[in-house]
Design a protein around this ligand. Structure first.
Ligand code: ATP
Ligand code: MG
Length: 214
């Protein structure tokens, strides 16, 4: 495609990217929450948005099916950001990757005893590295959603998950006990597109950069 294709996931990334795209004169003409369309036209005839799963955004951009996109650092760390330019921290979708356990679970004691902790998470690679660096033995259990349920249902002792307000943890009697890494969303750019479509992409990237909160 001649124009610019932008990969965005529905929900918070879409919502929080809107003002940044608007700064580049790009306004999607349909709302992905109410439309079933997966390719959204925008106010600019040379720009469109493809609506993807959050974990798929880097794949669309890496292969050039989208020229630019937005992806959480969690996704980029967990699945690798190879082959992508990541020129800009957009400072949106901010949260923290944490270890959480049921209130009352004596994590320090369990760790001191050298027990094998059962840890449920969507972020197997991030969790493996975190516990390996601490020398804590873990059995990792891969989940695809609702990590908070795992300790309550007896599937795991602990979870590794994203936390923003802590409301979901609290509602499920869990407490965050270890901070792993701060997360926010980044602009991701296809390397070939950056060269071949520089005339179009550079002003868009500049406008977005200018709209990022200081
Ligand atoms: P799906 O909900 O479709 O299963 P998902 O959980 O990856 O996919 P979102 O919940 O919209 O989709 O999360 C998208 C991105 O937003 C995440 O990759 C992360 O970077 C960020 N994010 C996730 N949870 C929070 C949160 N509680 N607060 C702020 N940002 C978050
Ligand atoms: Mg989610």
């Amino acid at each position: 495609m001649d124009g610019i294709t932008i990969a965005l996931s529905k929900g918070r990334i879409f919502e929080e990217t809107l003002p940044l795209l608007a700064a580049a004169g790009i306004v999607p003409l349909e709302n992905p929450e109410s439309s079933r369309k997966l390719i959204l036209p925008t106010s600019r005839s040379d720009a469109r948005v493809v609506v993807v799963r959050a974990t798929d955004a880097p794949t669309y951009v890496r292969y050039g099916a989208a020229d630019i996109g937005v992806a959480g650092r969690d996704v980029l760390i967990e699945n690798g950001g190879e082959g992508l330019y990541q020129p800009l921290d957009l400072k949106i979708a901010r949260c923290r990757m944490m270890v959480a356990v049921p209130a009352g679970f004596d994590y320090e004691h369990a760790v001191r005893q050298g027990a094998r902790l059962k840890v449920a998470t969507k972020y197997i690679n991030i969790a493996r590295e975190h516990f390996a660096a601490k020398g804590v033995h873990v059995d990792l259990i891969k989940l695809y959603g609702s990590m908070e349920l795992a300790p309550l249902a007896g599937l795991a002792d602990a979870i590794v998950d994203l936390v923003s307000t802590g409301g979901t943890l609290k509602a499920n009697d869990l407490v965050a006990i270890e901070h792993i890494v701060d997360i926010s969303a980044r602009l991701i750019v296809n390397q070939a597109a950056l060269k071949l479509k520089r005339e179009k992409l550079a002003p868009i990237m500049e406008a977005i950069a200018g709209a990022v909160e200081p």
